[in-house]
Structure formats: structure tokens, C-alpha cells
Design a protein around this ligand. Structure first.
Ligand code: NI
Length: 283
């Protein structure tokens, strides 16, 4: 049973409900009602509940061993093992925008996961879409508040650009972004090291932002290799038009479409990444 797609929405829901519970009352009555209810659908998945939940009464009455069993496997990754099978991380920058929702439909149709690097000021315009991105199992990253070149800003101004975007994403989803990508791929080494999340660049630029042409974007994606992190932008209609063909072509070659964190394995905060794991190459 593959339960990956349903885990993240449940966790988000759980986070919100817990926040609401603590706002309504300091008593734990709601938590005791809410947590076991959410543990029920998770029980059959054999995937650990987040550390946030450990110590809470998460046992499902129908599955007495569920919570204990879950805690035996900390750090287990959802999705395929990208050190064994061909994976690629499709990443979409500069959204959310008016075309993002149709992209989410396309990705869902192909059971493809992706990563979205969001502009903070646009998150406030499309909070529902950002929630849908998370609920669909995609990963979310910070792409600054207003797409500034961080290398050209003072450290304090760069920090403001990032923290404002963090706040916008937290406000929309209840969850902090788990990745960061600097606009234009430019960032100082000291700012990279100071990041509380992994800093994600790319190995394959489709140049979709430049060509604005679906056929050329599809053609550029032919260079993708196992472990590639692919740069695209969901603010261009031509990019959305290219994605179905990219998914079909790569899918036919046996690729799995995963989030950046799944591709890398266990990416570390304050470290820059351009590629992820891939199966051993045969000489
Ligand atoms: Ni950008």
C-alpha cells in the first residue's frame, strides 16, 4: 500500500487542528480527540508520524501497535529510493501565478511530485494554491519576498527578503518552507551557510523563461539525467503547455518525479545543492 500522497495533507491538517486547539483552550481535550482520529488513516502506512507528534497520544484504538511501530523507523523517506531508481526533481520558480493550478492538475494526473520556489508577495495573492501544492505532496521553497538579487543586498536586507517570504508561506500553510533558492542563483557563501534550510540550485535550465516556447522547453528537457534538478517557471503559459510531454517522455524512460528533498535524500541546512542521487552508472 502506497500512502505517500495522503500523508502530507493529513500532517498539515493535523498541524492546523493542533494550532486551533491550542488557541481555543489550553486544555488538551481537543488534541486527545483530534490526534487519534488522524492516526487512524495513517495506521496502515507504516510511515512514522513527524517528531512533532511523538509523546502525544497518537495510538489508534483499532491498531494498538501503530504508533510504536512508527517510531521504530525514524527518518524513513516517502517515495522511491533515488539511489536505486531513476529520479528527477522538476522545480518551478517565481509562482504562484494564474497558471499554477492547471500545472497542479497535470502533475496529479501523472502522479508526479515537484518543488515550488515561491515569491512571498504572490503567496498572499494565491494562498489556496500554495496550500494545494503542499496538500498534493509537492515541496515548497522560499524564493524571497520580491525576487531580489540577494548577493547585491546588505545582509540585513537579504535577511528581510527571506524572512518576509517565510512568514507569508507560514501564514498561508501553517508550515515553514523546507528549501530555499536564491533568485538568479546568486547568493554569498556566508548567507548560504546561515540558511536554516538547504539551498537548492539546479543542474538543468530549460531556459523556459527566455524562449517562452513549449516545444523548445520540451527539447531542453531531453538533456535530463537521473539525479537532475530541472529549472522551470510556472508563471509562463508555455511552460505549463510543455509539462505533459516532458512527463510522458521521461515517464516512458522509467523516471520517477520526486521532490528535491526526496531526490537528494537528506539535504542539510546551509548547504548548496545542484543535483541529487542517481543509481550507480554502468561503465
Ligand atoms: Ni526566480
Amino acid at each position: 500500500m502506497y500512502c505517500g500522497p495522503m500523508l502530507r495533507p493529513l500532517r498539515i491538517l493535523a498541524g492546523w487542528l493542533e494550532t486551533m486547539a491550542s488557541m481555543v483552550s489550553r486544555s488538551t481535550v481537543l488534541r486527545f480527540l483530534v490526534v487519534p482520529a488522524l492516526a487512524l488513516p495513517l495506521a496502515g502506512c507504516g510511515v512514522p508520524l513527524s517528531a512533532h507528534w511523538q509523546g502525544l497520544p497518537a495510538k489508534a484504538p483499532s491498531e494498538p501497535g501503530a504508533a510504536a511501530e512508527s517510531q521504530d523507523a525514524p527518518g524513513a523517506q516517502e517515495g522511491p529510493d533515488c539511489a536505486e531508481v531513476k529520479c528527477v526533481a522538476l522545480t518551478f520558480d517565481d509562482g504562484p501565478g494564474p497558471y499554477t493550478e492547471s500545472l497542479l492538475d497535470v502533475l496529479d494526473k501523472h502522479n508526479a511530485k515537484a518543488s515550488f520556489f515561491l515569491i512571498g508577495k504572490d503567496v498572499a495573492k494565491y494562498p489556496d494554491i500554495v496550500r494545494e501544492e503542499l496538500a498534493s505532496g509537492h515541496e515548497i521553497g522560499n524564493h524571497t519576498w520580491s525576487h531580489q538579487d540577494l548577493a547585491k543586498l546588505s545582509p540585513a536586507a537579504a535577511e528581510r527578503e527571506l524572512s518576509k517570504a517565510d512568514e507569508a508561506i507560514k501564514k498561508a500553510t501553517g508550515t515553514a518552507p523546507t528549501l530555499m533558492r536564491p533568485p538568479y542563483g546568486t547568493i554569498t557563501e556566508s548567507l548560504t551557510k546561515a540558511q536554516p534550510v538547504p539551498v537548492v540550485m539546479w543542474s538543468d535550465d530549460t531556459l523556459d523563461w527566455k524562449t517562452r516556447n513549449a516545444k523548445k522547453t520540451v527539447k531542453a528537457a531531453e538533456d535530463i539525467k537521473p539525479g537532475s534538478i530541472v529549472l522551470m517557471h510556472d508563471i509562463h503559459k508555455s511552460t505549463i503547455a510543455a509539462v505533459p510531454k516532458i512527463l510522458e517522455d521521461l515517464g516512458a524512460q522509467g523516471y520517477h518525479f520526486v521532490t528535491v528533498s526526496q531526490l537528494i535524500g537528506e539535504p542539510k541546512p546551509g548547504v548548496g545543492y545542484k543535483t541529487g542521487q542517481h543509481p550507480p552508472t554502468k561503465d
